[in-house]
Design a protein around this ligand. Structure first.
Ligand code: SF4
Length: 369
């Protein structure tokens, strides 16, 4: 089984830290919707006979689309793909673009998982990030989602923001726990040079991110979520048992997915493909790039993604898919991380603990071939 991702590139404004492909102008909205549906029809063989178990509207800001625009897209997908009955359909929503009415309509047309970009419940943090909403409206939207009784709701929070004290970070997590929702994505603020925030920090007009504060926030996070019965199932994702994101798990387990829309990536098991990152080119002159993955690429990707999860790296998978050379190297290089108590071995699985997750990227890079 496989997943479908749809990239909706429009945003009300560009957040200062954002490094995703998104545009503010909606001039080509109608053309984009036509092109997206066209791509969905034209690429319906990409996943072979695989059935679709998840649909994910990501962005950008998918909640800019009206319920009738979403239902049009869903109808095209239903007509062109084999879709299972127990489908997970996620819509990313930003508080500044939704109303109680629109949320209720999204639910009635089959969206059963809402991912809400809250980031912080404090206005000074939101201003630092230049988000469009304020904390009052964020609370209001969560309340609507509860009243409407969405099957699954997850929220995004960001830590390591220079205006976010330890106390405020604890409060952000407490506000989230009080909602009773079962899933949280919590990301460390990372500054990309080319973003507005990166440039502001370089010029000295915005406060820089402190690595020590980010690590403290991570430690507060991992402790508080565990006390609330959440599982730390991916480096930035936490869920009560049975509430993992099915769609994102496809990425983390190396399963197939088709990405539609500008800049969207696809994976068919042996190659990656990514669409042109321009709304104009996507609409007028669709193109993509493709990369065949070598054995080393596939091994590196497997190590990178699996080390970031609760399932860890499976030695028997490495043996079956890559062979002795890879197993030997993996076992040799992981010894010191086990001694350093960053990693543990459970049967054939090598798993990073909460402390080790702080070094996940560095450890994976050491293991690469
Ligand atoms: S809403 Fe999300 S995608 Fe849009 S600019 Fe902000 S961070 Fe980027």
């Amino acid at each position: 089984m496989a997943g479908l991702y749809l990239h909706i590139p429009f945003c009300k404004s560009k957040c200062a830290y954002c490094n995703f492909f998104s545009v503010v102008s909606e001039k080509q909205r109608a053309d984009f919707l036509d092109a997206l549906k066209r791509e969905a029809v034209n690429r319906n063989h990409y996943l072979g006979d695989d059935e679709i178990k998840t649909i994910y509207f990501g962005g950008g800001t998918p909640s800019i689309l009206t319920p009738s625009e979403i239902v049009d897209i869903l109808n095209v997908l239903k007509q062109n793909y084999k879709i299972i009955d127990k489908l997970e359909v996620t819509l990313e929503a930003n508080p500044d673009t939704v109303s109680k009415q629109s949320l209720s309509e999204y639910k009635s047309l089959g969206i059963n998982r809402l991912s809400i970009g809250i980031q912080s419940f404090f206005d000074d943090d939101l201003q630092y990030l230049s988000r469009k909403h304020d904390s009052k409206h964020a609370m209001q939207v969560l309340d609507w989602a509860k009243q409407i009784d969405f099957q699954e709701v997850t929220i995004d929070l960001i830590y390591g923001i220079p205006t976010l004290t330890d106390e405020k970070w604890r409060k952000n997590l407490e506000y989230f726990f009080a909602t009773g929702f079962n899933h949280l994505s919590a990301y460390a603020l990372t500054i990309e040079e080319k973003t507005t925030l990166g440039q502001r920090i370089n010029k000295g007009v915005a406060a820089p991110v402190s690595e020590e504060a980010t690590i403290r926030h991570y430690e507060i996070l991992t402790e508080m979520v565990k006390n609330q019965g959440f599982e730390h199932y991916e480096i930035s994702n936490f869920a009560r048992p049975g509430h993992y994101s099915k769609h994102n798990t496809i990425y983390w387990k190396g399963e197939k997915y088709l990405g539609l829309g500008p800049s969207a990536h696809s994976f068919d098991g042996v190659s990656r493909q990514w669409n042109v990152a321009s709304v104009k080119d996507y609409c007028d002159n669709y193109s993509f790039e493709r990369e065949e993955l070598t054995l080393n690429d596939r091994y590196n990707e497997y190590v990178m993604t699996s080390l970031r999860t609760i399932w860890g790296c499976d030695l028997s998978y490495i043996q079956a898919n890559f062979g002795d050379k890879y197993v030997k190297r993996f076992k040799n290089l992981t010894k010191k991380h086990i001694l350093d108590e960053k990693m543990y071995q459970k049967d054939e699985f090598f798993i990073l603990n909460d402390y080790g997750m702080l070094f996940a990227d560095g450890i994976a890079a050491e293991l690469f071939l």
